[in-house]
Design a protein around this ligand. Structure first.
Ligand code: NAP
Length: 339
């Protein structure tokens, strides 16, 4: 059995999802055909998450891939998105898993050809280009989903509910991980547009913008750039919410051993700790939620709903905070980084 069979991608016939939607009450059920989708950019996240999840999804039928060099065993593969779209007019949607630089060109092409589009995070290289994609999707009546996978971690919504309406005292966010473990040999991440440590740091911001009850803004920060790289390897940022609550964010890419992805919120009613990137929630040390991650399965469930309803979900707030950090943060040069 080859790799794709193991992933469940290479099914001989599309599976069908039973739905009781429009015919409910008439004693009949109709079958919703899966959405035919192509994947673009076969790299780490495509292999780790997108391919296995699409293989197991009843909402989607994976039809083909497009990647300059890589292919997926058992799946038709093309060196460019344009060639994949030409060869498979039946495609209804594409999922873009390439680095952020160059996403606008891919997404604009797919939307222009009438496809629904799902974007890996961060949704683009600039705020302006993602805003343009949102308009293109709206004009064409297509779904555009700018994903923030960390928001789909199992305990994020519980944290949001607990914090809603509470008075905060302070917030401390730490996203400290080992770049060599999570981004081995990824040259693009160190180039302009690759975001450096903000590539994972934007996940922290996607959670913070979802769970904190008030808007917040950057006040000051330090971005640390290795002397041989164009993007930061560490950052310390100070935000403040509209009530004056202090929010500290520490990002570090040189943490070996246990990895830290944690949000600690002190409130007048107790201390919330969301750890494991959103996989565990404690209030005053008592575990309220702990579950295995299923972020990408939930992302694709949401995308399926957006496609069927012809709606978009494009929230730029995490990317806006990162842009603010590059605009307002002080720059420091630190020791060179070698993979
Ligand atoms: P990756 O391993 O470098 O894979 C991206 C793939 O896109 C490459 O293998 C490459 O395949 C293709 N590609 C197309 N244009 C490219 C270009 N100009 N430069 C480099 N590669 C290009 O990166 P990744 O980790 O999968 O990340 C892709 C996106 O997913 C990023 O936005 C990242 O933030 C996001 N993401 C990553 C992770 C993770 O854990 N790695 C987690 C969540 C989200 P070809 O050479 O065949 O074209």
């Amino acid at each position: 059995m080859h790799e794709l069979d193991l992933l469940g991608v290479n099914h001989p016939a599309p599976r069908r999802r039973r739905s009781t939607g429009g015919l409910q009450g008439q004693g009949r059920a109709f079958v919703t055909p899966p959405i035919r989708i192509g994947i673009v950019g076969v790299g780490k996240i495509a292999r780790d998450q997108h391919l296995p999840v699409l293989g197991a999804s009843a909402d989607f039928q994976l039809v083909a891939s497009a990647s300059r060099n890589a292919t997926v065993e058992g799946l038709p593969g093309y060196p460019s998105l344009a060639e994949m779209l030409d060869a498979h007019p039946e495609l209804e949607a594409v999922s873009l898993c390439t680095p952020p630089l160059g996403r606008w060109e891919l997404a604009a092409l797919a939307l222009g050809r009438g496809k629904h589009v799902m974007l890996e995070k961060p949704p683009g290289a600039t705020l302006s280009e993602v805003e343009d994609l949102r308009v293109l999707a709206e004009r064409g009546g297509r779904a555009l989903f700018a994903t923030w996978h960390s928001r789909f971690a199992p305990c994020v919504e519980a944290a949001r509910s607990w914090l809603a309406g509470r008075r905060l005292v302070s917030v401390r966010i730490d996203w400290r991980e080992d770049v060599r473990r999570w981004h081995p040999g990824q040259a693009w991440i160190w180039e302009p547009g690759g975001l450096g440590v903000f590539d994972p740091g934007i996940n922290a911001l996607s959670i913070a913008t979802r769970i904190l009850p008030e808007p917040f803004f950057l006040k000051e920060g330090v971005l640390r750039f290795p002397e041989n790289r164009a993007t930061p390897i560490a950052a310390d940022l100070l935000f403040q919410d509209v009530r004056g609550v202090r929010i500290d964010l520490g990002l570090d890419w040189l943490q070996t051993g246990p990895q830290t992805w944690a949000v600690r919120v002190e409130t007048e009613d107790g201390v919330l700790l969301l750890s494991g990137g959103g996989g565990r929630l404690e209030i005053d040390g008592v575990v309220q939620c702990e579950a295995p991650e299923a972020e990408y399965a939930r992302l694709y469930e949401r995308f399926a709903r957006l496609v069927r309803e012809r709606r978009s979900d494009v929230d730029l707030s995490p990317l806006r905070h990162v842009a603010d950090a590059f605009m307002l943060g002080r720059r420091e040069t630190v020791a060179p980084f070698e993979d």
